[in-house]
Structure formats: structure tokens, C-alpha cells
Design a protein around this ligand. Sequence first.
Ligand code: GLA
Length: 699
Amino acid sequence: MPIFVRDNCFVLETPHTHYAFGVADGELQHIHWGEKCPRLDYTVPNYREEVSQHPASEFDKREYVPFGGTNYRECALKCTFSDGCRDTVLQYDSYTLKDDTLTVICKDRHYPLTVKLIYQVQEDSDVLTRSAEIVNTGNSDITLHKAASAQLHLPSRAPYTVLNFNGSWSTEFRKAEEVLTGGSVVFESRRGLTGHCQNPSVVFSQNATEDEGDVFFAALGFSGNFKISAERNFTGLTHAVIGLQDFDFSYTLHAGESFKTPPVYMGYTKGFAAMSHEMHRFAVEHILPVRFKNEPLPVLYNSWEATEFDVNEKDQLRLAKIAASLGCELFVMDDGWFGERKDDHAGLGDWFVNREKFPNGLKPLIDGVRALGMKFGIWVEPEMVSPDSDLYRKHPDWAYHYPTRKGNELRWQLVLNFTRQDVQDYIFTCLDELLTENDISYIKWDMNRPFSETGAENLENPQELWYRHTHALYSVVDRLRAKHPDVQFEACASGGGRVDFGAMHHFDMVWTSDNTDPVDRLVIQNGYSYLYPIKCMRAWVTDMNRTSRPTSLDYRFNVSMQGSLSLGGNLLEYTDEELKTCAKYIALYKELRPLVQFGKLYRLTNGRADRISMTQYVDKNRENSVLFVCTQPTTFFADRFVTIRLKGLCPDAMYRVQSSGEEFTASGGVLMHCGFHAKFTHAFASEIYRIKKLPEAQG
Ligand code: GLA
């Protein structure tokens, strides 16, 4: 059992770390998070300092700080009790220990409020899962204004570098780093969905590189409004609160009801590479939906960039024939097949086949795709409605709205009020019929705008919608999955607007970005790779920027093969030579796929600052590895020469290294420490190195 309870201390043990906290004066105080102290001789520190302007509460490390009293820091919990009191005083009460889960129970000193802090450990991982449950054990309402999933305390009083992944539509996952010397920093979404701007994750590090230094990370499993606030106070202590957004949020806990926060996945590692390895493996083993978690994802073709809304049976089949001949395993028809959907001005909500475009329904197209040996997938955007749609004309009140306000139509669409059961049932029925009547194996679930005018007359407390919408989304997806267990689901929100571990608990993969330019994509993929599993990272080879920034097909494949390879270009315009190139790389990817989708990823270079991108994958037994190299624009003679030092191999074993132009053998030790020489003479050059361990006898 990796959870120990000693005297007044709780210790969560993972293979390499300890997380410890204890009880002092009836309060839960954090003790330690980091490397293991094998003797477990932890004691609860005594922080009892106080001066007139700085009460004792500013010196300590409480596990879960409520609003009230002298708590001036960002709190984890804020409530209003029925008599108007907004002051919460939590006291340790008891704990339960069941298998891998420790639940620590705290109660308010006066009011009927119980807070359960839930900690989960897996024997095979350094990632802990935390969440909280707030229970109203009394007879009158309690209003929650904030209910975070966890409060984190970092061990050192020296400043930490705080890393988040920032961006915008088409520019997801840019690394944003700053040293937090004083004050606070907040990463959040107020948009109703995770969004592209900030990711619900945070990494704190000190003197860290890929291979060493202290790295503490946490990621929230939720696809709606979130808030992560980190603060370094005057004593040098850094702490953070991570969970649901409190902006415009409240939740009414009726007598006897409880509120569960989303989970936070958190861990401590030496270096960023170990963090990625831990989180990638944990996500596949413990977060992803079970059905497909251990299966490599199919190579898909998506029609969006080729045809946009102009879809019909004949043209889709022409594309499908080529895609199948190249080795694609799944054909996904994107937007445009339903309602009066000629462009993005109409049709969302009318999830019925457009009979002008498909006079005989979808069956002939799907049969055609199946006859070509591929599975068939389809695009939907179920949380949306176009004002120009039959659904909206019939049910204008189904969109979030205020009767006195005109709704902001972003992309000519409004957000459906998913907190209504009738809306959920309508969407479930439409999609259930679509899946029942057609041989569809894949749903791309899109979400193309943030919320606005968030009136929800159906809710007694409309401020609950931020929480309820996301859970309603999960619930509809889960219902569909239960009824159609062999269908795979992709989460998309104008590209990477829903990349988070909440989505990854209900969807099998994500669409990483609408930006499929390979040079930009290297940066986006690099940022994504820090926490999120490579398997889930859909990566299309397309023709984006083909004329403005031409890159070879080899280069484009090289970039997309670093994730879950997909195609999205207009294959009808490809030359025979180009089609041959596609087929060659798809075949190669199928060989490499288990290694890429399930291997350990090593970032040999890092993002835009480097003039070359080198990403290596190594399998579990350190027998097979692949290295993808892509150069960036450069004109300097001296920049042509590169020493490539691999990672993750067995130092004693011999390996064969094969690229397009050469083949040689060397020991893992030499390949990792001494490295090998390579020369790239032009911008946007690319190379794939395959590294294979030789049998002992040959070594
Ligand atoms: C979003 C998605 C794209 C595509 C379009 C269709 O932008 O990210 O991949 O599906 O919608 O309208």
C-alpha cells in the first residue's frame, strides 16, 4: 500500500516521490513534496510566527485554505452559509483509507459543512491524483463561490520558474515562462471551454533542464472555465491553487448535497523529460477511455482542407479512393454534410443529412469507403446552433441567452444550453440515430466559439452553468460511447481549444491545432509534448502555406509522423510522385507507430529558439528508437554541422543507425555521450533516423 499513516502524518508514496502532510492544532499542514525520505520520519512543522500586520496564517502551508479569518492568500474554498456568514473554519476530523485512495475529512467548526480531500496513488507512477468533495450535511443551502481541486506548496523558498502553455487560435502551446519572484501569476479560462490562450496546467521548476533539476507539475482534468493561481509571498514560499474558475461561478449546495471538483494530476520529477514520460504513461494507463487506450490510432484522412463545406458523395469518394490507395485506414468527412450547411452561416443543430448533397443519404458514401478497406468518420459540432437553422427557429430558447440582449454570434453561431436535459437528449438522439443508421466508426466533435450572454433560465442558480455545461458534455459523450463502444471520439475546438485531461478522459484523442503549417507545428507539438500523450496528438500532413512557405512532402511527413499521423491535403491535386511519397511514409509510419504513440519522447532540442528540431522516441525495452530531425531557416555556413546525441538507449548495447543516406553501428554509450556528426545544408531539410538494438552476438 503506497499510503502510510504515521502518528499525525499522512505520506503518499510513489516509486520516486513522497507527498506528506499532517495535523497540527486541528489543521492540515503540508510537510513535503519531492524526493523520498526513506525513514518516513516526517514531523509537522511549527510555523507559529505572528506580527501585527502578518498573522500566523501567512507563514504556514495549509493543505486547503478556506476564505475567512486572516486568510488573505488565494483561497481554495469560499462559501456563504444560510445566515450570511462567509467565514469558513476547517478542522481536521478523520480519514479513510481504501486501496489506493486516502480521503481526509475536515469539518467546519460551527456549520454543517464537510470537506473531503481525496488523494489517489498508483503503484506504477509518480503522478498523484487529487480532488475535493464539499458536502452540505445540514438542512439549509450553502452557496459555494469557489471550490478548488487542490492547493500546492513548493518546498524551496527560492523563486521558481513558472511555465504555462499559452497561445491563441492557430498558435497553441507556446511555452510561456517567468521567474515568480513576488506577487502572483494566474492562468485561466473564462470562455466556457478550455480555450487556446492558456492551458489548465502549470509547471514549476528550479535549475531544470530536460534531464535534471526539480520539476513540479499539475494539470487539471476539466474542459471548461479553470483558474490556476500561483503566488510567492514575502516569506519566499510559493504556493498555488488549481481548479475551477471562480469568476462568475457559484453553486448552490442544497441540504444533503455534495459537490465534486475535477481531478488534478500532479507530480515531481528530475527534469522535464521524466515529467513528460510520467504524464504520457499515466494518461494512457489511467486517464484515457479504456476501450482504445492501448490500441495505436489509425492513420486517417480528413477532407476539411481539401473540400471545406463543399462535400458530396462523388468528390468525397474520389478523395477516399486515393486515401485508401496510400494506406489510410480511416476516412473522415468534415463539416458541410448536414442541414442547410453551405458555409458557416447556417445549419448547426440540424444533424440530418443534406439531401441535395447526398440524395441517397450517407450509405452509398460509407459503403464505398468501407469497400475500399477504410473505416468512416464524420464531423459534428453538437454544442452549437446556427440562428439560421430549423432547430433555432423551433427552439430559440435552447441557446444560452438573456431575453433583453442580442446574442453575440461568433462564426454566426450560438452556444446551446447543454445544462438543459431536453437539449442533451435532442443531441444524444440525433447522434445516436446517426451512429445507429450508419456504419460510422469515428466522431470528430468540434466546438468553435466561446460562450456569451450566459443566461440559463432553467437553472435555479444560473452561475452553475460553467460547471454543469462541461459535465453535460461529458455525459452525452459517455452515453454515446456506452451505446456505441466501438466508435472513437476526437475532441476538437477550432484546433487545440480542448486539449486537457478532462477531454482526454472522455475522448480518445484531440485535434491539436488548425495550424498545419509544419514549421509552426513543430513549436505547437513541442509545447503539447510536455504533458499530453503523443498518441492523442492528431497531426495532419496538408498543403497549408504550400506557396508562401514551401516545404517538401518529406518535411511535412516528418513533422506529422511525430504524432498520430493523418492526412488532410487535397489529394486530387497531388502528382504521382507525391502520392508515391505519401504511400512510402504511411507504410513507414505504420512500422514506427507503436514506438511513436507509446514510446518515451526525448526533446533533443527545444522549440523555436533552436535552429533545428530533433525529437526522439524510444520503446520500453530500449530496443527500437526513431529520431526526427527538421531544420529551420538558416543561412549560416556554421549552422550546417550538427552533433546528434541520442537519449534513452542501453549504454552497453550496440545499435544500428539508419537514415536515408547512411547506415552505421555504434554503442548506446557512444550514441548518447559522444554522439554522431550530421550535416544539413539547407533550410527545411529533414531526416528520419531509425535506431535498432543489435542482438548480443552481433554486438
Ligand atoms: C474547426 C476545426 C477544423 C474544421 C472546421 C470545420 O475550425 O478545427 O478542423 O473541422 O472547424 O468547420
